[in-house]
Design a binder for this molecule. Structure first.
Ligand code: SF4
Length: 362
């Protein structure tokens, strides 16, 4: 049955929620963080930061997959792109992300074979159509993306494809939430939890926020009323209610998530430590391809020398991603760094906090 989204965009309901938020927050200081690139864009698009009570701060966390990808991983892909006979297949937003000294766009301009694809299956087709080339798909994303990548690897295995592999830089959301909850420099009073990711994970992986840190969380959707409702629920819990993990996105998420999708991911991937921009190396926060599918693992198939990692000079993406500063506090924001001339990944990706702040002047 089609869902009528009109109710989730109802201006009268939105106004009522905004008034209730103001009355619940009063003159308190509250830090709420979203950890989903689509929420980042929605909050910017609807101008919610500017209409919240002065003490309520909406922070953007590590919800943009391109932004959290470490320079070392980007440098690794760039090193792979330089090999003869290789095609790098990637989603478009990875093209302009700067590594230590280069980007995939620069490698393409230099004559290396880098192609934009719209799904990993396009990369499989590319491999099938070009048996003389090795196609490497750049796997970046959270729990929402990984089931498709796992299905693609299983499909490539079923087809017996020998010239397709994945450079996995996939990450999982809960370890990043743990790192932020545990960060003494960042005080978070509640998390606006990701809608898409939670369709796969369900609610259980977030329980530790309440059990170990007494921080509430609300899973929500992307319409104005969804976001405002999650802010109101978090403000009420932070004001003295019992912290809990609530689901305000029942039309999209059920408490159990999608066990079939998780089982497919488990078949192909195992957890590994992963390095996140801004958060460092977090234990069991990444996904590596299992030994059984090692022939599809570009990290193991191709031996490359990776240049020493350097961070972009002056870029504060790391601090932005852990909510320590707002993008506008970066001295380069809107001056040296704009979407046309991005210096860090948070300005490159449309889901990046700096790009959202710039676009919507939040
Ligand atoms: Fe980095 Fe640009 Fe954002 Fe500053 S404004 S943190 S330089 S991406």
């Amino acid at each position: 049955r089609a869902i009528d989204l009109g109710a989730f965009r109802d201006p009268a309901l939105a106004r009522e929620l905004i008034e209730r938020i103001a009355s619940v927050v009063g003159d308190r200081e509250l830090n709420l963080m979203e950890v989903c690139g689509t929420h980042t864009m929605s909050i910017g698009r609807y101008g919610f930061r500017s209409i919240m009570p002065p003490g309520l701060h909406l922070l953007s966390g590590p919800g943009c997959p391109v932004c959290v990808t470490a320079n070392r991983d980007i440098d690794h892909v760039i090193a792979l792109a330089k090999l003869d006979g290789i095609v790098i297949a990637t989603f478009g937003d990875m093209m302009r992300v700067p590594g230590s000294t280069s980007s995939l766009a620069a490698q393409k301009a230099a004559g290396h074979d880098v192609r934009i694809v719209y799904s990993p299956l396009d990369a499989v087709r590319l491999a099938q159509d070009n048996p003389g080339l090795d196609v490497i798909f750049v796997g970046v994303g959270f729990e929402t993306t990984t089931p498709t990548i796992a299905a693609t690897i299983l499909d490539a295995a079923a087809r017996g494809l020998a010239n397709f592999s994945v450079m996995s830089a996939h990450k999982m959301t809960p370890p990043a939430l743990r790192a932020i909850a545990d960060d003494p420099e960042t005080r978070i009073d509640g998390f606006i939890l990701p809608g898409h990711v939670s369709t796969i994970t369900g609610l259980a992986p977030y329980r530790f926020l309440v059990d170990e840190f007494s921080i509430p969380g609300v899973v929500t959707g992307f319409e104005p009323v969804d976001i405002l409702e999650s802010i109101l629920l978090l403000a009420e819990m932070a004001r003295g209610g019992k912290p809990a993990i609530e689901n305000a996105y029942r039309r999209g998420v059920n408490a159990e998530g999608n066990p079939v999708a998780r089982a497919m991911v488990d078949r192909v991937f195992e957890t590994c430590d992963a390095t996140w921009r801004g958060l460092g190396t977090l234990p069991s926060s990444g996904l590596a391809i299992r030994d059984e599918y090692a022939r599809f693992d570009a990290r193991r198939r191709f031996d490359v020398e990776i240049e020493p990692t350097q961070e972009q000079r002056g870029c504060r993406c790391g601090d932005v991603l852990r909510g320590a500063i707002a993008p506008t506090s970066c001295p380069l924001f809107g001056r040296a760094c704009t979407p046309e001339h991005p210096i860090g990944p948070c300005m490159v990706s449309s889901e990046g906090s700096c790009a959202a702040y710039f676009r919507y002047r939040a």
